[in-house]
Design a protein. Structure first.
Lengths: 147, 487
């Protein structure tokens, strides 16, 4: 699906952060050795969504270009399978999580680029959320190394 | 299913109108009947004014900081109901959900600024104007004010006025637009929840008769109006005749000057929003793109503008993939279609014909038009001179900025104007010389924030002080000068 408005982008943010949160919550139950990390990821997912929406809805009067900014943003490029496949090993799971994080990060980076003509708050919060993914990826790589 | 008839809110209570004169409120995107709105009787309007007048004495004696606390509670409720408020606006007006959210947010910002009333209405003083004698000025509320609301920003525009009015100690009557009255009803449900003293705010549904009655009523101190210039002239005259204060924010024909050094790629999103946002139904819309430069630049601009306009997705504003909603009613659509026809007859070049519909989703064609773009428009054409209030863009040319400013100056309206440029010198000249109230530099919609006045000049504004910010505090108060000596 093509995303052409900020309203649609916000709905997609809800979806990816929600799917990702559910994914990590399930993993936390399955892998006690990484429970703390995965639960912290899930908590951060919730915060990310809240923070992005809070920022956008706080400045929406000044981002009325919102209806026109996102040509070329296609959910097909960023969707992921959030099934935690509980039968897999921790190595498989960590690899899958890395793939998911790559997709989400790529989405935020592209959305930030396309929203550059809006008030700076919007692209800034999208870029920040992408940066947070980098920290998360480091932690996942560390899990992978230990597994 | 039973169709609801809206109620009035008078003296702190929801009351049915006794009027048998009802109008339909329809969702323009779906052509569905939403509710009926009564055109209130003379007695009901009188009752609202009496209720506001009766409430004034106690309310003006309520400390400003206490008055502000009511508004803090209103902000909380508006935030809690943010989505519902926005959906109602899209449903009754047709605008996209993001546009409605922007309108809701701007409405909340007005209330936020009005909570600063303990600072905003402070006076001033000078000790020892003569030995042992002091002089000071204090700002006091005046009584009952009203607003005559427009259809295009039905939720936000009354909020340009009444939070400031009641914060300053006045009481207030909102006469909503009969075309889009539902979002005010929802807002008044929230006002009912904060339990203001009865009569401080009142909502009267109605049309021209109710407006005339309010303008002529001896107990109304002042009127605020947002709407067309012909009606604004009537409001200004009538209020003058009855000695009332008035803010009349009226029609517009906003020019967007595109300099040859403008960054077109970065600007196009802003331009689309300016020309086609709210389906062109706003007094800050760009309507005349005035391109400065040679043939090559003109062609580059036209190609990019038409390409971007042709890609705008038109449909039901509640569909998140939609970028532009319908006109608010069928009569508006037919009027705008007539303007397009007239433009063709006058010799403008129709580059994109919005009458050829291309709609997203399964919606009736009823109130919809796609974006229309005319090229080779000259300043004397009606397309360039008259307010269209629809998704129609006219592209004109000027040889340089001086000529562009002359073309703008010859237009009777002076609401807003913008320049798109990378030159500080051009921007400075434009800001200094453009005879408009609101100036944008690389900004398509020059909507002043709540803490600045919403300015306007020429035929776009009648009055002295404007809505919003410190201007509107002055409008809703009168200064009293005290000279004091103690023996």
């Amino acid at each position: 699906m093509k995303l052409v408005t900020m309203a649609a982008v916000m709905s997609f943010v809800t979806k990816i952060e929600g799917d990702s949160e559910k994914f990590y919550q399930e993993l936390a139950g399955k892998y006690p050795e990484t429970e703390e990390t995965f639960l912290s990821f899930a908590k951060q997912n919730k915060r990310n969504e809240k923070f992005i929406k809070q920022t956008y809805f706080g400045v929406i009067t000044d981002t009325i270009e919102a209806c026109y900014s996102f040509e070329g943003l296609d959910t097909g490029d960023y969707e992921f399978d959030a099934d935690s496949d509980l039968g897999s090993t921790l190595t498989d799971i960590a690899k899958k999580a890395l793939e998911i994080e790559d997709k989400i990060q790529a989405f935020y980076i592209r959305a930030a680029e396309l929203s550059n003509s809006m008030m700076a708050d919007v692209p800034r919060v999208l870029r920040k959320t992408a940066q947070k993914r980098e920290d998360r990826k480091l932690k996942l790589k560390s899990i992978l190394d230990k597994a | 299913m039973e169709v609801k008839t809206l109620q009035n809110y008078i003296n702190g209570e929801w009351v049915d109108s006794k009027s048998s004169d009802l109008e339909e409120v329809r969702n323009p995107a779906r052509d569905e009947l939403l509710c009926h709105v009564p055109l209130s009787t003379r007695e009901e309007v009188d009752l609202a004014v009496k209720s506001a007048k009766d409430a004034f004495h106690d309310w003006r004696n309520t400390p400003p900081v206490t008055r502000a606390r009511y508004l803090h509670r209103l902000i909380e409720l508006m935030e809690e109901n943010f989505d519902e408020l926005s959906i109602i606006q899209s449903t009754e007006h047709g605008k996209t959900i993001d546009e409605s959210r922007g309108e809701t947010r701007r409405g909340i910002e007005m209330v936020e600024v009005a909570t600063g009333i303990p600072s905003l209405m402070q006076g001033f003083n000078l000790e020892d104007i003569a030995s042992g004698i002091d002089e000071y000025g204090i700002y006091q509320p005046l009584g009952v004010f009203c607003t005559l609301a427009p259809f295009n920003f039905p939720f936000m525009v009354p909020l340009w006025f009444f939070p400031f009015a009641i914060a300053a100690g006045n009481t207030f009557i909102v006469k909503s637009s009969p075309r889009t009255p539902m979002s005010q009803v929802k807002l008044f449900e929230l006002l009912d929840d904060i339990a203001l003293p009865p009569g401080v705010v009142n909502l009267v549904n109605g049309a021209t008769d109710a407006a005339n009655q309010l303008m002529e009523h001896p107990d109304i101190e002042g009127v605020t109006f947002v709407g067309s210039t012909p009606v604004g002239r009537i409001v200004y005259r009538k209020c003058g005749e009855t000695g009332k204060r008035v803010i009349a924010q009226c029609g517009a024909k906003n020019f967007i000057v595109i300099m040859p050094d403008a960054n077109l790629d970065s600007s196009m999103v802003s331009l689309m929003s300016s020309f086609f946002g709210n389906a062109g139904q706003r007094c800050l819309s760009g309507t005349n793109a005035l391109v400065v430069g040679d043939d090559v630049f003109y062609k580059e601009f036209v190609d990019k503008f038409v390409d971007a306009a042709s890609k705008i997705r038109v449909g039901d504003g509640l569909d998140e993939s939609v970028q532009m909603g319908p006109l608010q009613n069928l009569a508006s659509k037919e009027r705008v279609a007539g303007v397009i026809e007239q433009g063709v007859k006058e010799g403008a070049k129709l580059l994109l014909d919005g009458r050829k519909l291309n709609l997203v989703g399964d919606v009736p064609e009823g109130c919809f038009l796609n974006p229309t773009v005319f090229g080779n428009v000259t300043p004397d054409m009606s397309l360039a001179r008259e307010e269209i209030f629809g998704p129609v863009a006219s592209i004109l040319r000027a040889s340089d900025l001086d000529e562009a400013l002359k073309i703008m100056d010859a237009n009777p309206y002076g609401n807003a104007g913008s320049i798109f440029t990378t030159s500080g010198k051009s921007a400075r000249q434009f800001q200094h010389e453009a005879d408009v109230g609101n100036v944008g530099v690389n900004i398509g919609i020059v909507a002043p924030m709540a803490f600045f006045p919403f300015s306007g000049r020429k035929d776009s504004f009648f009055g002295v002080t404007h809505g919003q910010g410190r201007d509107v505090i002055r409008f809703f108060t009168e200064i009293k000068v005290v000279i004091q000596r103690w023996f």
